[in-house]
Ligand binder design. Structure first.
Ligand code: NAD
Length: 257
């Protein structure tokens, strides 16, 4: 089992118990890490506080990733409490519902801007904030969550596919920038899982069924399985791995016909 005793981590992207980021938070806490967990706005605060209450001494803070002031306050609070940071899990993504159905060619300028800001740029902003805290620890590990829709066309995934392509490029550029400081940057490309974010994608059940029919493992994946892979990338076993997009999708990505 991964040992994260004495480590501190920031988890962004918990909405409810089905969130992939929550499964990663649980696994990291079980491995001994002390965590800061954020919620996006008052609507989700109670949910996140209830979940976090099951962890040992978590720090719970607001963070809307579109707001630079909130990001600055977040890191001030973490610095004050933890005095540094060992890892960051970025699981924030959003596209307006109307962009996740119908033809991609109808994507609006504002829908495109917002989707890329929240789902891709936020990794850069959060990595920049984490940098001085990780430098103080002599290095760190940053992990984000992506989907194969970055490379291939899935019905209705639309602008989120473009955002994930940008996110994966951000992983590579950040890994190059931060590598000399001992900070690794990776992504897990998860197979489809029924979560709050996924429920916005029109026809999502058909994607799930397609994976059951076609993936080499003939099933979909669970959040706990994504969390297990996350422990590898966050922990000491992944110490030579950076700029990587690790597929955790039952092998679906390898299929042709
Ligand atoms: P989720 O809805 O539980 O998580 C998405 C999170 O993004 C929520 O916690 C939400 O609060 C947060 N978010 C949205 N806008 C935000 C903002 N402005 N500021 C801060 N946070 C914001 O769903 P999930 O499926 O667990 O998604 C987590 C990540 O995993 C996302 O990047 C998603 O694209 C990715 N992913 C999901 C699947 C899937 O099938 N569920 C597959 C591959 C990758």
């Amino acid at each position: 089992m991964t040992d994260l005793q004495g480590k501190t981590g920031l988890i962004v992207g918990v909405a409810n118990k089905r969130s992939i980021a929550w499964a990663i938070a649980q696994a990291a806490a079980e491995a001994g890490a002390r965590l800061a967990i954020t919620y996006q706005g008052e609507r989700l605060e109670e949910n996140v506080r209830e979940l976090a209450a099951t962890l040992v001494n978590p720090l719970i803070l607001p963070c809307d990733v579109t707001d630079d002031a909130q990001i600055a306050h977040l890191y001030e609070a973490i610095d004050g409490e933890f005095g540094g940071l060992d890892f960051l899990v970025h699981g924030a993504a959003f596209a307006p519902r109307e962009e996740l159905s119908g033809p991609f060619v109808q994507t609006s300028r504002e829908g495109f801007r917002l989707s890329l800001d929240i789902s891709a740029y936020s990794l850069v902003a959060l990595a920049r904030g984490a940098l001085p805290l990780m430098e103080r620890r002599g290095g760190g590990s940053i992990l984000t969550l992506t989907y194969l829709g970055s490379q291939r066309v899935f019905d209705n995934y639309n602008v989120m596919g473009v955002a994930k392509a940008a996110l994966e490029a951000c992983v590579r550029y950040l890994a190059a920038d931060l590598g000399p400081k001992g900070i690794r940057v990776n992504a897990i490309s998860a197979g489809p899982i029924k979560t709050l974010a996924a429920s916005g994608i029109s026809g999502f059940s058909a994607i799930l069924q397609h994976y059951r029919d076609r993936a080499p493992l003939h099933r979909t994946v669970e959040t706990a399985e994504v969390a297990d892979a996350a422990m590898f990338l966050l922990g000491p076993a992944g110490r030579a791995v950076t700029a990587e997009i690790l597929m955790v999708d039952g092998g679906y990505h390898a299929t042709g016909m």
